[in-house]
Design a protein around this ligand. Structure first.
Ligand SMILES: Cc1ncc(COP(=O)(O)O)c(C=O)c1O
Length: 398
C-alpha cells in the first residue's frame, strides 16, 4: 500500500512501534522516547538538588504542565491544573456545589464513562437527581434529547466529548449554549478527544474540562488535568481541597482555607511530580505536530480501517458520518475477547469492551500497512479457529 504521510517521520520517537502493531492509543498511547530522559531529569534533580527542587520548579509543575495541556485544548495559560486522574477532577468540581436547592439535576449520556457516573451517582444521597439521556443504538447520543433534558433545574452536565464505547463526538458547543441559556454548567470529559480531535474550550465557552494523558496525548498515567473557565473561578470554593489551594500555603495557617485567587485554588495536596515530568514529552510532540494535522490523518485512516473491516466481514459500531467520529473504531467481531487475546499474542495491540466489540485506533504514528495487517490477522484468527485456545481464559484487563 502506498502512502505519503509526513507524520510517519515521528515513528522513530516511539520505541514500541519497532516490535508491535500498535493500534491501542485510545487506551494507552505509545511511550515517546523522550519520557526516559524526562524521568532521568527527575531523578537527577532529586539526587542533586534534594529538597531545593520544590522551590526550583516542582511546586509549580501542576500549573506549568497544565499550561502545556492548555495550549492543546484551547484554554488560556494559567487556567489548567494537574491532578492524578479524571475521577478526582470530577469529584473536585462536584465539591463546589450542593443539591439542597431546586437546581439539583445532573444530566449526562448513558454512554458516559462509568467512573464519571460513579462520582455523580454517589451524590444521590445528598439530593442529586440524575437524568441519563439514553442512546438508541449504543453508538450515538441524540443531541435533541440531550438539549431537551437540560432545563432550569439542571446544575451540571458532565459529558464525554468523545464517547469511549463508540468514538461518537458530541456537539459540545451546542450543549454548552443550551446549558447556559438555563443557567446550567458543562463539565466536558476530553479524555477521548484531546490530542486527536481538535478541542477549543475557550471558543465553545465550556465551564469545566477534564481529561488524562494516558491515551492520545501519549503522556502516561498520573497526569489528569482540570480546566475551570476563569470567569467562574472567584465564585467556586471546592470542599475537596488542600494546602496547595491556599493563597499562602507556606504560611501554614490554621483553621479554614483562604482560597488562592488563581487556578491553584483548584489544587489539592502534594503533586505527583514524576508523572508530570513524564507527561510533558507527549504534550510537546502533540503540540509540535498540531491536533488539526493529527485529525486529518486520523480521519483518513479511520475511514480506511472501517472500509477494510467491512471488506473482511466486520461491522463497525462507530458513527457513519466522519465529523461525528473520533479517533477509534469499534468492530463487531465474534468471540471478541478470545480474538483479542490471540491478537495480543501476535503482537497486535488492541483491546475490547464488553457489549461494544474490539477497539482499534490509528494515531499519528500508524502506517496503513499496520491497519491491513491487524484486520487480516483478525480474519485469519477467526477462520483458522486460533481464537478457541483462549475461550475459557479470563479478561485481558486493560
Ligand atoms: C472518556 C473517559 N473518561 C475517563 C476515563 C478514565 O478516568 P480516570 O482518569 O479517572 O481513570 C477514560 C478511560 O480510561 C475515558 O475513556
Amino acid at each position: 500500500m502506498t502512502e505519503s504521510d509526513g507524520l510517519l517521520a515521528w515513528r522513530s520517537e516511539f520505541p514500541i512501534l519497532q516490535s508491535t502493531t500498535y493500534l491501542v492509543s485510545h487506551s494507552l498511547g505509545a511511550m515517546p522516547r523522550g519520557v526516559r530522559s524526562r524521568l532521568n531529569d527527575y531523578a537527577d534533580t532529586w539526587a542533586a538538588r534534594g529538597v531545593r527542587a520544590w522551590a526550583e520548579g516542582w511546586w509549580k509543575l501542576p500549573v506549568s504542565a497544565g499550561d502545556k495541556v492548555a495550549a492543546i485544548i484551547g484554554a488560556p495559560a494559567g487556567s489548567v491544573v494537574m491532578h492524578q486522574n479524571v475521577s478526582v477532577c470530577q469529584a473536585l468540581i462536584l465539591s463546589c456545589f450542593d443539591f439542597a436547592g431546586r437546581r439539583n439535576k445532573i444530566v449526562y449520556e448513558d454512554l458516559n464513562f462509568p467512573s464519571v457516573m460513579y462520582v455523580y451517582e454517589a451524590q444521590r444521597r445528598n439530593g442529586a437527581h440524575i437524568h441519563m439521556v439514553p442512546s438508541a443504538d449504543g453508538i450515538s447520543v441524540p443531541l435533541d434529547a440531550m438539549l431537551a433534558a437540560i432545563d432550569e433545574e439542571t446544575l451540571l452536565v458532565p459529558i464525554s466529548h468523545v464517547v469511549f464505547k463508540s468514538g461518537y463526538v458530541q456537539d459540545l458547543a451546542a450543549i454548552t449554549r443550551r446549558a447556559h441559556e438555563v443557567g446550567a454548567l458543562v463539565v466536558a470529559d476530553l479524555y477521548q478527544s484531546a490530542g486527536t480531535v481538535p478541542v477549543d474550550v475557550g471558543a465553545w465557552d465550556v465551564d469545566f474540562a477534564t481529561g488524562g494523558s494516558v491515551k492520545w496525548l501519549c503522556g502516561g498515567p498520573g497526569a489528569g488535568y482540570l480546566y475551570v473557565a476563569p470567569r467562574l473561578r472567584h465564585r467556586l470554593e471546592p470542599a475537596v481541597t488542600g494546602w496547595m489551594a491556599h493563597e499562602r500555603p507556606f504560611a501554614f495557617e490554621s483553621g479554614p482555607i483562604a482560597y488562592a485567587h488563581d487556578a491553584t485554588r483548584f489544587l489539592h495536596g502534594t503533586p505527583a511530580v514524576p508523572a508530570l515530568y513524564a507527561a510533558e514529552a507527549g504534550y510537546e510532540i502533540i503540540t509540535q505536530i498540531g491536533v488539526p494535522e493529527i485529525r486529518r490523518k486520523s480521519m483518513r485512516q479511520v475511514r480506511l480501517l472501517m472500509d477494510l473491516a467491512r471488506e473482511r466481514g466486520f461491522t463497525p459500531r462507530t458513527p457513519e458520518r466522519a465529523e461525528e467520529r473520533g479517533g477509534m473504531v469499534i468492530l463487531d467481531v465474534p468471540h471478541a475477547e478470545a480474538v483479542t487475546r490471540e491478537l495480543l499474542r501476535r503482537e497486535i495491540l488492541i483491546d475490547h469492551r464488553p457489549g461494544a466489540g474490539i477497539r482499534m485506533s490509528p494515531h499519528l504514528y500508524t502506517t496503513d500497512d499496520e491497519i491491513v495487517h491487524a484486520l487480516d490477522e483478525t480474519r485469519q484468527i477467526l477462520d483458522s479457529g486460533a481464537y478457541r485456545q483462549h475461550e475459557r481464559l479470563g479478561g485481558t484487563g486493560f
